[in-house]
Every structure is written in C-alpha cells, then in structure tokens.
Design a protein around this ligand. Structure first.
Ligand SMILES: Cc1ncc(C[n+]2csc(CCOP(=O)(O)OP(=O)(O)O)c2C)c(N)n1
Ligand SMILES: [Mg+2]
Length: 803
C-alpha cells in the first residue's frame, strides 16, 4: 500500500510506519527522561532540572529536516531534538543532570553547564577542526535567554560566505553554502532585544536561518499578555513576510501537537532556506509544559485549572499517540508495550549513569580511608581524625568535595607532627586536588599548539629610506596583505565597507575584495559580535568591528556570556577564533573617549584583550591572531590614526607577541606601567622628569589579558624600587587589576621602597572638549607631579617639594 506522506514523496506504508514508530519511541524516551529527571532532583541526587517535556513533537520534525553540516543554536528545551539526531543518549541525559565531570559520560559540557545545555564536538583532541560536514552540529548553549540569537546569525551567514566567496577551503565546513542554521527560542524570550536585532539582521542579510519559536504561552509564570504585543509573535512579525517585490522572511505558523503538519512545515522551511538562503520563522503554537517550567517551582501557582486541563489534552505526546492509533500505525496494546519497554530502558540508563558518575569517587573514598586511619595513628588527636574518617565512610556516594573536606580537615589535627602517614596523606590530597581542579578549570583559553601565547614575535623591518606615514596607512596595507593571504578572513561593521572604516584603515579594500568580505553592517553591535562568533565556529576568520570602544557595551553580553566562555563551557570542544577590532581610549566627549578597561578585563576572561600603543603594534597583533585559534579584542588608539609612524616593509609577517610587555624607556628611579594612548603622555612626562634628574623606566603592558606572562615588570622594580601604574580608566579599574598582578603574582612588594600607586582618570565619564579631557583624564602635568611627589617623599633633599 502507498500512502501520501506529509513529505509528499511516496514511500511505502511500512517504511513510513517504521519512521513514525521510531519517532514515537524517541518522544516517549525523552518524556520519560524528563519525568525521571524531575524525580532525581526532588530526591536530591541532582541539583536542578529543566526539561524538554511538552516540546517533543516539533523537535522530531526539526530533526528530520536537519542535515549533516547544519548547525543548531538553541536553548534548554531541545533534548528531544538532540536525541533524535543521535547526539544525546539516556545516559548522557542523566550524566548532565548529575553534573558528571567526565566528558565521555557528559559530552555536552563535562558537567560545567546545567543539564539541558547542549552542544556537539567540533574539535579533535588536539584542538583542530573535525569535518563538520560529516556530523550534525549544535553550538553550545548558554543560559541567558535569547543569547543564542546573535550567534545564530553568524552560523547562518557562514553558508552565504561559503556559497559566494571564492578560494576558501570549505571541505570541512560547507557544501556550497547549503547548510542551515536552525535556531530555537521560547516565546517569552522573543521579548529580548537580541531576538529583534537578529531577526532584522537576518532579513537584511538574507541568510539560511530557520528560527523556531516554541510557544507555550508562558515564560516561567509570566503569561504572553505581558510578553508579546497581541500575544502573538508571528502576527506582529508579519511585516517581515517576503513577497514578490521584497525579500524578507517566510513565516510559518503550525500547532506543536500536529505531527504531519510539523513535518511539512519543517520540510518547507528547509527547502526555502537551503535553496534561496531566505530566512524562515516557524511559530510553533499550542505547546505545553507537563511538569511546569523547571524543578524550582510548581506551575499550579500560576496556571488555573482550565489551562492545566487544556495542557493535559493538548500535550503533544498525547496527541501524537492518538494520531498514531487513528492512522493505524500501531495499536493501544502495542504502544503500551513500547511504553513499558522504554520506561525500563530509561530506568536502566539512569542507573548506569549514576554508577558511572559515582564509581570514580567511591574509589577515591576507599583509597582515602586507610590513609586517614594511618594518619590518625600517628597523631596526638587520633579521635578527631577517626571521626572525620567515620563520617566519610558513612557517605554512600560521596562527591569530591566531601572526600576532600575529610582529607584536608584532618591536616588541621596533624599540625606540628611529622610522620610517613602524614606525608602520604598530603601527597594524596595534592594529587587529587590538582587533578580535580583541572577538571573544573581547564580550557578557559586554547590549549592547542595554536594558542595565541605560542605565536612568536616577528619584528617589523624597515628599508633604509622608510618614510613616516599616517599610521592608518600601516593598518590598511597590513589588512590588504591579510585579505590577500587568508581567503577565509572577512571584516564587517558600521562604515567598515564602502568608506573603509571611519578612520580609513580599510580604504579601498572593499573594491579589491568585494562587499561580502569587507562589509557594512547595520548599527547593531550585539549581532555584529554574533556574526563573528557564528562564522568563526564554522571555520571562517571573521574580524568584527565595533566602531568605538564606548559602544562595545551593546555587545558585551554576547562577548562575556558567549564568546568568552565558549572554550571553557565545552571543555575545549568548540572554538570561535574571532577577532574583535575597535578603537578607543582617548578622543573627546563622554562617549568617544571611554576606556572602561577594568570592566572589560573583569567580564572577558577567556578573550585576549590587547591594547597596542600604535598602529604598527596593532597590525602586528592582527598578524599574530590569524596564526592562532583564539578570540581576542584589539583596541586601537582612537587618537593615533593621523600620527606618523615609520612604514614597515614586511606587512602580514611582523607579529606582536601576546602577553609580553615592552620597556619603551629605560630608567633607574621609578617604574611607570601603562598602555595605549596614555603612554604618549607618560613619555612626555618622563622627558620633563629627566630635566629635573629623575630617570623613569616606562613599561608598555601591551596586553591586559593575559598580563605580563614573563613577569618582566618585577624585574624593573628590582632595579627602581618604585612603581606607578597610570591609565585612563576609573580609579580602581584596570590600574588596580595591573597592580594586583604586580604585587601579588610577581611579589614586587619585596622590592618596594615607596608605596605602590595608581594614577587614573576621574570617577566620572570624560567631559567634552580639550579642557574636559584635561580635567577628566591624567595629563602629562598630573603624571609629572605624581612621580615627582613620590621622589620628593623618598628623598626631600634631592627632590625638594614642587609646591
Ligand atoms: C536573560 C535572562 N533573564 C532571565 C532568565 C531566567 N529565565 C530562565 S527561563 C525563563 C523563561 C523563558 O521563557 P520562554 O522563553 O517562553 O521559554 P520556556 O521556558 O517557556 O520554554 C527565564 C525568565 C534567563 N535565563 N536569562
Ligand atoms: Mg514559554
């Protein structure tokens, strides 16, 4: 018998039945995991649970349309999809719930993320790319609602670049740009700015992005009437609908319990997005939450009985089951049998996951107990140690923390004693602690041999008659060389394309390399960043330009939550070697001369933050970064583009090392540490100080994250015995961060004869105009006086008071 399937392709009834029953089993497995998962939390075996129950059926349809090479960028409801594409087993699901820190057991994040945060592995053990065309890909989820959206745009845009830019080796990443980036988002999260920014940008860019809105009418307890105009996201997006005259979106509305309609919707969406690269929005309505939002609350508090009854009736699994029986794919009895088998499978999988999670720690517990007994024997406080031991022995499935508490506390009772048993105990504690610490702290930065710190310095070279040119020329000629050498590089931002950026560091390059590689974007910093992240995750080398440093705050959430955590949250299984280019520090006015470096340093651990003092240094950083596999933020000096710099003759080759400081003036009396635009003022003050007999040594840190990896600053302080850190951030900002490193990491306090100090901008934003700048930021006079004051205090006879 032949039937007309939703795919409109005629396949045999038997084949279709097999597929339907496979889907049924996945839906039931997923639901059973959710039900048991909640129990695991309520009985205390897991901390928190957020599950995909009530969203199963549309995810089966999505999985059918999802092909190798495609990417998902979604959120915590998508367990059924992950199961359907074969990337999440029952054991993996429970390992995630328990926070199992083994990447083999918990491949999503090695227990670093809450359960329900999904990702696949893009990288081999050595950090190199896998062939992403041979697998189904999911970018690693983040918890902030809608934070998946900016990245989704870039994942989709990569297909457009691969389809339309020649010369890129796409083998591992694309087949002529046929890949779709599939987004998922909850109805309530469409209230976020990131959603709207991404929707508009994808419409403008016309990229193969299919975004599904899972609409269950609620965002935790808050109903759609408080979230969405007209309580209907597809209704209010109607203006985006494409038509004969205008490009735009295809918008599809479908009920989340209607299996055949869903399959048809997803097939249609895939055809449009793959073929024409038009974005598609699928509004999946009438979804439910059988167990409520998460384990931290109960929906009976905010849903009335009518709503709860409706949800029971329209539960997508219930409806699917009815459809399966009505259409003779199976019988009530057969399905009951399947249900029972699956219940058992899930129970068994759960048990296996618990055993795999707990066994290594039980082993450690067993190892430790005799060590504690021996240590007790050698201690004057035997009973205290034995009682710690007994408490530990009674714990059935101990976690690392409980084991280490017993071990480490026992050392309190061994202070002053010496014994073989104590030595053995200490060695055991140290080994277990450091091994465990790595489990939780590795991979913040790249650990491959392409990590940025391993790229060695290459100095710029100059011909004998090298002229001084406007510094922006150096950037431009270096970018030219970069685009010529690396076909996979592209740069985009506000005014980046046609005019070649506001300071013309890219002058003429759009004409040369085309408007896809040197591109103008809308004014939308978060999605400029997201474009970069997504494209970098698919093998391209994007440079995302943020026009001014002050405006990076719009992109900061995406940088901090997504880009900076990517390597860490996947334990090195995904990477986005994105370069973010911006310009800042000093010009004029509250929003064109900010230097919020402390804030950035604090929020962006995981990204290298580079602060070149001139454009040759900046160009050298770009060259270094393109050899590396890590993200970085490069802040050019806003007031430096028209200053003269000598023209190098090895463009594309010279490399500024990352994390290495440079002494730019030698001196014996005091060490001055600074970076970026401020250095020119520090140099000016230092020249004036020479005239009064003070010889300052100036160190340019060049790189704030990481900072002075060779600990060179302390070597200078050993000589000068005095330290002043100068910058344009607020008091206690980046200068305090630098000071902490010098004093605590480099132990410079051992060599200081004067109080270490900082000189910073005022607490407020810099006021407009030349005088505004003079009274807001440290001036050469401020710097001179501060240093003179330090010298006067140390030797008033040699340096009599200035005032
Ligand atoms: C930026 C941000 N704000 C708040 C939260 C807390 N939070 C987690 S889920 C959620 C509701 C999301 O609702 P919806 O998007 O409709 O997805 P659903 O859970 O209903 O599938 C909220 C407010 C968060 N994770 N991120
Ligand atoms: Mg919702």
């Amino acid at each position: 018998m032949q039937i007309e399937t939703p795919s409109k392709k005629s396949i045999s009834f038997e084949d279709f039945k097999t597929e339907v029953l496979k889907d049924y089993k996945t839906a039931v497995t997923s639901r059973e995991c959710s039900l048991l998962g909640r129990r695991e939390v309520l009985t205390g075996k897991a901390k928190f649970g957020i599950f995909g129950d009530g969203k199963e059926i549309p995810q089966l349809a999505l999985a059918k349309a999802f092909k190798n090479g495609d990417f998902r960028s979604g959120y915590y409801r998508d367990q059924t999809f992950m199961m359907a594409i074969g990337e999440l087993s029952i054991e993996n699901f429970f390992a995630g719930l328990y926070a199992d820190s083994s990447i083999e057991n918990e491949p999503m994040s090695a227990g670093r993320q809450m359960g329900g945060h999904f990702g696949t592995h893009s990288l081999n053990e050595d950090g190199s790319w896998k062939n992403l065309m041979l697998q189904k890909n999911s970018s690693a989820d983040t918890s902030p609602t809608a934070s998946q959206m900016p990245r989704l745009l870039g994942l989709a845009q990569a297909s457009k670049i691969y389809r339309n830019v020649d010369g890129i080796n796409a083998e591992k990443f694309s087949d002529n740009g046929n890949e779709i980036a599939w987004g998922t988002i909850g109805n309530a999260s469409t209230s976020e700015g990131h959603f709207w920014e991404t929707i508009n940008a994808a419409g403008v860019l016309q990229v193969p992005m299919v975004i599904s809105v899972w609409d269950d009418e609620y965002g935790i307890s808050v109903h759609a009437r408080h979230q969405t105009t007209k309580e209907n996201i597809s209704e209010i997006l109607k203006g985006f609908q494409r038509d004969e005259e205008n490009k735009g979106y295809e918008i599809i509305v479908v009920n989340g319990w209607d299996y055949p309609a869903l399959i048809e919707a997803y097939e249609k969406a895939a055809e449009i997005a793959r073929g024409s690269h038009a974005p598609v929005l699928i509004h999946v309505r009438e979804l439910t939450q059988p167990q409520g939002h998460s384990t931290s609350g109960s929906q009976e508090r905010y849903k009335n009985e009518d709503r709860l009854a409706w949800e029971r009736e329209f539960d997508c699994n219930v409806k699917f089951r009815e459809w399966v029986i009505e259409n003779n794919f199976s019988t009530q009895e057969e399905l009951e049998k399947i249900d029972q088998e699956i219940k058992k499978q899930v129970r068994d999988g759960k048990k296996a996951a618990w055993t795999a999670y707990t066994q290594p720690m039980v082993k450690k517990q067993k190892e430790l107990l005799p060590l504690l007994i021996n240590a007790a024997e050698s201690s004057g406080k035997k009973d205290a140690i034995l009682s710690l031991k007994n408490e530990l022995a009674e714990i059935k499935d101990p976690i690392k923390k409980e084991i280490l508490i017993a071990a480490r506390k026992s050392l309190h009772y061994l202070i002053g004693s010496n014994s073989d048993a104590k030595t053995k105990l200490i060695a055991w504690i140290d080994a277990y602690t450091s091994g465990s610490q790595r489990i939780f702290s590795s991979n913040l930065y790249s650990e491959s041999n392409q990590n940025a710190l391993s790229i060695k310095e290459v100095k710029p070279t100059y011909s004998n008659d090298a002229r001084g040119v406007d510094a922006r020329i150096i950037l431009r000629d270096n970018f030219d060389k970069i685009f010529e050498t690396y076909p996979e590089t592209l740069i985009f931002g506000e005014d980046t394309g046609k005019i070649g950026d506001v300071n013309q560091g890219l002058e003429g390059l759009q004409n040369k390399y085309g408007s896809l590689r040197v591109a103008d974007t809308g004014i939308r910093e978060a999605t400029i960043l997201g474009q970069g992240i997504g494209m970098a995750m698919r093998g391209l080398r994007p440079i995302a330009e943020i026009q001014y440093l002050d405006y990076i705050l719009y992109a900061l959430q995406t940088m901090s939550d997504d880009l900076a955590t990517l390597q860490y949250r996947t334990k090195g299984k995904q990477k986005a070697p994105l370069i973010v280019r911006t310009r800042g520090h000093r010009l004029e006015g509250i929003w064109h001369s900010g230097s919020p470096m402390g804030a950035l340093v604090h929020l962006l651990h995981g990204i290298h933050i580079l602060v070149p003092r001139n454009m040759t240094k900046a160009a050298g950083f770009y060259n270094t970064l393109l050899e590396a596999d890590e993200p970085a933020l490069v802040i050019e000096c806003l007031n430096g583009y028209r200053l003269k710099e000598k023209l190098p003759n090895n463009f594309g080759e010279f490399r500024t090392p990352i994390g290495v400081v440079e002494t730019i003036k030698e001196g014996t009396d005091i060490t001055l540490v600074s970076y970026g635009s401020t250095l020119r003022l520090v140099e000016e003050a230092a020249r004036d100080l020479e005239e009064v007999g003070i010889h300052a040594e100036i160190i340019d840190v060049q790189s704030l994250l990481p900072l002075d990896i060779n600990k060179d600053i302390v070597k200078s302080i050993e000589k000068t015995n005095r330290l002043l850190v100068i910058d344009e951030d607020v008091p206690g900002g980046a200068s305090a961060y630098i000071l902490q490193n010098i004093l605590e990491v480099q132990n410079a306090y051992l060599h200081l004869d004067s109080k270490p100090q900082t000189l910073t901008a005022k607490e407020h934003r810099p006021s407009y105009g030349t005088d505004g700048d003079y009274f807001s930021k440290p001036s050469a006079e401020d710097i001179f006086e501060k240093i003179y004051g330090i010298m006067n205090e140390s030797d008033p006879e040699q340096y009599p008071a200035l005032k």
